[in-house]
Design a protein around this ligand. Structure first.
Ligand code: NAP
Length: 298
């Protein structure tokens, strides 16, 4: 499918892509670019790339596909580093969790002779680093592609085919719409998780140990989200600021309504609200997007 693929940022997502490319034989060779020499060595010893470098400028010549898998805040720097070294006609794609800011970082910096096809796989775990990646990560998951107005159809099709080969379902969407949707489905839930776990850690030391010791599944589930990579999530919150603040405003209003219902002992309001939210869970299970279905949920 591709002659040579360069993956810049060889962490969880970058290494999962490399594994999927190898498994499905989608490229003749893979080049690893990562800022950490240790990561480059690890990637070579895991057999995930044919060559590795810490210098983005050295990693892109000869590649017909370059995939940026760094935190969204690093996209502009990488674009500056690779702009003069890209092959004419190469496709540049990314996996960043925010799309408008990534487009704003790439479009003015990259030459007109390359094709920019922004993308975001809705798949991941709370772990970071190349040792945690796995080829099956993208199977049955959505990958949202947010092309620019001038992106050639052929380039969009090649990126679509790549994600389909990984087992993903591809949806084309406007970047602005993507950022709003992910603001509520991913970014706000993570912010709430960071906040709840932060509140617990602010408690007195002795109480804190009780919190950890008796962490029921509710708190435990939040700690999984809140253990995600701090650099990645710092960048997501800042780069999707408008959507996150808008969703946070709506969330605060709904939370205030629940607070009032609890204070007033409004049983009907609480019961109906919790019934509606339970239906959402059922729909997620029905469309096959639940990571884990408990025995009594199926
Ligand atoms: P990760 O495991 O932390 O991997 C990121 C890698 O990029 C690390 O090896 C990091 O090196 C390297 N890196 C950072 N800045 C760099 C730079 N300027 N030049 C070269 N390498 C650099 O993170 P990830 O989970 O794979 O996430 C990568 C991207 O995927 C992010 O944009 C994220 O928004 C997106 N994404 C993540 C998920 C998820 O659930 N994890 C899902 C979908 C999309 P160091 O370790 O030295 O910092």
């Amino acid at each position: 499918m591709f002659k040579q693929i360069t993956i810049i940022g060889f962490g969880l997502i970058g290494s999962s892509i490399a594994r999927a490319v190898i498994e499905h034989k989608l490229a003749d060779s893979i080049i690893c670019v990562d800022q950490s020499k240790d990561t480059c060595n690890k990637v070579l010893s895991l057999g995930l790339a044919d060559d590795a470098t810490t210098d983005p400028a050295l990693g892109v010549p000869g590649s017909d596909l370059v995939i940026l898998c760094v935190p969204v805040g690093a996209m502009a720097t990488i674009a500056d580093q690779i702009a003069d070294h890209l092959e004419e006609g190469a496709i540049i794609t990314d996996v960043g969790s925010v799309k408008e800011s990534v487009i704003a970082a790439l479009q003015p910096r990259l030459p007109a002779a390359v094709h920019i096809v922004p993308a975001h796989p809705i798949a991941g775990t709370e772990f970071s680093g190349p040792e945690h990646g796995f080829a099956e990560l993208f199977i049955n998951r959505w990958c949202i592609v947010t092309p620019l107005q001038q992106t050639e159809l052929k380039a969009i099709e090649r990126v679509t085919k790549l994600w389909e080969a990984f087992g993903s379902k591809v949806e084309i969407m406007k970047a602005e719409q993507h950022d709003l949707v992910l603001g509520i489905t991913s970014h706000l839930p993570h912010l709430i998780a960071f906040s709840i776990v932060g509140t617990a850690t602010d408690l007195e030391d002795d109480i804190k140990s009780e919190v950890i010791k008796y962490s029921a599944s509710g708190f435990r589930d939040f700690t999984r989200l809140a253990s995600s990579d701090p650099t990645m999530w710092r960048d997501i919150m800042i780069h999707n600021k408008d959507a996150v603040l808008e969703m946070l405003q709506r969330f605060n209003e709904d939370l205030s309504a629940l607070q009032k219902a609890i204070r007033k002992g409004d049983q009907d309001y609480l019961y109906n609200y919790f019934t509606d939210t339970r239906d959402v869970r059922q729909k997620i299970i029905e469309v096959g997007q639940a990571d884990y279905v408990y025995p009594d949920e199926s």
